[in-house]
Design a protein around this ligand. Structure first.
Ligand code: GBH
Length: 533
């Protein structure tokens, strides 16, 4: 019997792997680099699980040619990496000197990628704020200073690299910047109301101020790009948000509402202002006067300040109303279904289980609500206990292969069955690397890094991802989509309401759907079991 033809991705679909500067570069003292807030934070005892820091990481500041060779061997279309602000402007500020060595490093990397036919996909800010700006004026807490300094940094990058870089991300995961850095205090700069953690900080106000200032900084960088660079450089620019699918624990109205509240706080906090021009009503309700306000002039800069939806996603949470966690919108997350079964395969990190149907649901939700082309800029899995395995076993990363098998199928269905306009998929990560507060024990790479020797050894997941995308790539055509902002006019989905999503009372069919959705993994494995006999 002939195999059915393989369904393809849209022409010009971008796929590849992602990394971030502080997680891979090491060489924190090289060539005039200034400190970032992660330098000392990661060196502070108790902040990183395995007590290690970013001084070496995967040594990519020195081994970048090897990284490019690896990407070339894999045959990716694009590589996402981030620039270290304090390599380019060691002290960070708008009147501080530019470091030519920092420019040269990234310039060489960009040239090498292009020489190998790889599109550079560049993040300006992946959490490594220059320490000098934190010391000088409180970094992200100081609106007037940080907006100007970030915009100037962005301009320096557009000027230096924009002739060759056509895909820009301003800020990676602002929820993490704000909540983890200034609320929970688990990421640099580690501020929190918890005095066991930090001598300074106010978790009830600072995260919301920081988030607000990040939005404005992002928006001003985009304004500068559009007004001063876009016409001649012709690139795309946007923000990228973390956000996992939030599924009601059961069909009770309060848990259905809770799932929407979780989405409002994790995603809507940033996406509603940027794409819709207002904060989610639930955020107003939750924070009252603690939610900073934008002036009319600021809203003009913020609304519409992204050419695409940048989506980082890893998992699905089952949501129950309640709990005391404001950072999750007073919603409790669990992976345990009402019947006691697990949603999916557990990863090394507590917050991550494999649940591919959630990936498709999230794509549909975001496309309906924000009507933007979607670039998946991160998605990946850390296999449980991978670090304790000898490397020849670690590279047989079956759980990660299964994860990518699931999400790629979901991706294809979202595009071809649901009509979602997805244009890019980047797996996190090219390499095992410095996993922030987890240190090096949690491994997200499709390539194993032996930290004793810095050898890179492809895992089975890299082969799966590469083969999957190569088999579904169509011959390139001139990219007409890039000329128009969005192709949503041709979409079959209807224009969503711009205000709140009303929460309908569950119907029988709704309840059935919710049940099937919650049990999909179990149903699929049951069916697979059946077909294998
Ligand atoms: C991404 O964040 C990062 O962009 C990347 O640098 C990182 O290496 C990668 O994921 C893997 O972690 O329980 O309150 O601490 C992922 C988004 C959101 C996932 C916050 C972990 C934990 C919330 N992250 N979440 S909390």
């Amino acid at each position: 019997m002939a195999a059915p033809p393989i369904r393809k991705l849209p022409p010009n679909f971008l796929w590849g792997f992602a990394t971030a500067s502080f997680q891979i570069e090491g060489s924190t003292d090289a060539d005039g680099r200034g400190k970032s807030i992660w330098d000392d934070f990661s060196r502070t005892p108790g902040k990183v699980a395995d007590g290690r820091n970013g001084d070496d990481a995967t040594n990519s500041y020195k081994l970048w040619r090897e990284d490019v060779a690896l990407l070339t061997k894999y045959g990716v279309k694009t590589y996402r990496f981030s620039l270290s602000w304090s390599r380019i402007i060691p002290l960070g500020g708008r009147n501080d000197p530019i470091n030519p060595k920092g420019i040269e490093f990234y310039s060489n990397l960009i040239d090498a990628l292009l020489a190998n036919g790889i599109v550079p996909f560049v993040t300006l800010y992946h959490w490594d704020l220059p320490q000098a700006l934190h010391d000088r004026y409180g970094g992200w807490l100081n609106k007037d200073e940080i907006v100007q300094d970030f915009t100037r940094y962005a301009r320096v990058c557009f000027e230096a690299f924009g002739d060759r870089v056509k895909y820009w991300l301003t800020v990676n995961e602002p929820w993490c910047v704000s909540i983890l850095g200034y609320g929970r205090g688990v990421f640099a700069p580690g501020r929190s109301s918890d005095r066991n953690r930090s001598s300074e900080g106010d978790s009830s106000t600072e995260p919301w101020i920081v988030g607000h200032n990040v939005i404005l900084s992002h928006a001003h960088a985009v304004k500068a790009y559009r007004e001063e660079f876009k016409t001649k450089q012709g690139g795309q620019i946007g923000i990228t948000l973390n956000g996992d699918w939030q599924m009601p624990y059961d069909d009770s109205p309060e848990n259905v509402a809770a799932a929407q509240h979780a989405l409002d706080v994790a995603i809507g906090w940033y996406a509603d202002p940027v794409y819709l021009g207002h904060y989610p009503p639930y955020l107003h309700q939750m924070l009252g006067a603690r939610l900073p306000t934008f002036s009319d002039a600021e809203w003009k800069v913020v609304k519409g300040s992204s050419d695409f939806y940048g989506m980082n996603t890893y998992t699905t949470n089952l949501c129950r109303a309640g709990g005391d966690d404001e950072f999750q919108g007073f919603v409790d997350y669990t992976f345990t279904r009402p019947d006691g079964t697990q949603l999916g395969t557990q990863a090394h990190c507590a917050w991550l289980q494999d649940y591919a149907p959630g990936f498709r649901s999230l794509l549909n939700y975001l496309y309906k609500r924000y009507r933007m082309p979607i670039y998946v800029t991160e998605n990946g899995f850390a296999v449980k206990n991978e670090s304790s395995l000898p490397r020849d076993l670690a590279i047989k990363d079956t759980d990660r292969v299964n994860y990518y098998r699931g999400v790629t199928a979901s991706l294809l269905s979202a595009i071809n069955d649901d009509g979602v306009d997805v244009r890019c998929y980047l797996a996190w990560s090219l390499l095992d690397n410095f996993e922030w507060a987890d240190g090096y024990v949690t491994r997200f790479g499709v390539t194993y890094v032996d930290y004793a020797t810095q050898e890179r050894i492809p895992k089975e997941s890299s082969a799966f991802v590469v083969k999957w995308f190569k088999e579904r790539t169509q011959p390139a055509v001139p990219d007409l989509k890039l000329l128009s902002k969005s192709s949503s006019m041709s979409s079959t989905l209807s224009k969503p309401s711009l205000t709140t999503n009303p929460v309908p009372a569950p119907t029988f069919v709704g309840k059935l759907k919710a049940w099937v959705s919650r049990h999909l993994t179990a149903i699929i494995s049951f069916l697979n079991f059946g077909s294998r006999r």
